[in-house]
Design a protein around this ligand. Sequence first.
Ligand SMILES: [Fe+2]
Length: 484
Amino acid sequence: MRILGINCLNHDAGIAVIEDGEILFAAHAERYSRKKNDKYLNDDIISEALGFGDPDKVVYYERPYLKKTRQIFAGQRSSAFSTENIPKNYLRKWFPGKIHYVDHHTSHAAAGYLTSPFDDAIVVVIDGIGEWDVCTIWRGKDGRLSRVKSIKYPHSLGLFYSAMTQRINLKPCEEEYILMGMSAWGSPIHKDEMMNDFFEQDLALKLKHNLHNGVGRYLEDAEKFDIAASTQAVTEDVLKNIFMWAKNLVPDVENLVYMGGVALNCVANSTVVAKLFDNVWIMPSPGDSGSSLGCAAYVSGDKVNWRGPFLGTNIEGEYPVEATLSLLLKDKIVGVASGRAEFGPRALGNRSLLADPRGAEIKDKVNKIKRRQKFRPFAPAVLAEHAHKIFEMPVDNIPYMQFIAKCKRPDLYPAICHVDNTSRVQTVSKKDNPGFYRLISRFYEKTGCPMLLNTSLNIKGQPIVNNKNHAREFQVRYDVPVLS
Ligand SMILES: [Fe+2]
């Protein structure tokens, strides 16, 4: 049976196609429309998805009318009474037949558990807002999910983090990762005050106020970096409570599946999650865009075969190992656009901008192209077998950059180290991505350095390059070679 899963009309729309337990396709609409975080689908992504055959079932990742009841409660009258955000109406021109619906948190939980390597796992989903659920705890066993507990709107940790993101003049529901990066530059001096102002004590997660509309000018005279550090510290404490609670609710299970937008917080994943569980699976697209895959997998009724995150548009040809290597050895910054695009927010070698990570100058050179905030470092892609020599790894392998690790030699690699000497590490094995693995191995043979600087191949403000035309556009705009 071929099942097509959809997430749209909210943010970062996506489509996934599953057939008999195999994931045939999973991609983000923004990569086709070239509009960052695009909430709408488009003809290009739909026709690529339908290229795998007409679906037997079409599934949507949440329940629109249940969501409307929450929107009425939240005072979002224009959303609640709009007919434009009803998926059946919106999808009719592409999919006139029956649409199946799966709960928002069930889609998250399924996207995690059904792609995970575990038969038996605690499943925790924490996000900003969907229908009513904002934090759910499940047990996944023998391919089935059973819900153990749920916390409902407005007691949302994701909304707290988004409200603080907005407080420091960043874009909520989009730039939370910048707040996380800023947190290392500040001191958590407002942590106790913040905890006391917003969270009920002695409960895993209960807010004192609804933070859906932000926190106004809270801590008006405080430094932005200190607000960021305090927000991150409060979040880590609350997460610790939630995960301890989850462990009590589902005792004697050491495997954790963790999903929802809050699972993108790679700092907390290392400082909290990795310390509490022996084995952790975070699907590389844990936010709502991953739920297109989740809702389809849930309706398929069993685990799916996870072969990796390279599930999007294909750029044909062998991985350009030697051509890329020769430019890297000449100290050039090189783009690679080859093979299938990554599903999830990170470029993991197939749509990447690469450079030699050594030395003091490379960070500024890459920043000049990417025009990012100067306080943000770049990520290293390191051969998995060398990762432990360079980093204090919180877990054995980090194939999808979901954790940070302390660098043992920040003096050698300043471009990939944050101010606290941590890095958002990607470990690369032959199994994960044979072409990228071969490239880094060849670089290691030539230089003795087993890693590359890896950042996403995108023009500032635009989504990651998807096809050859976008790659060409990038090359012309920045005068950086992009190899396929
Ligand atoms: Fe969500």
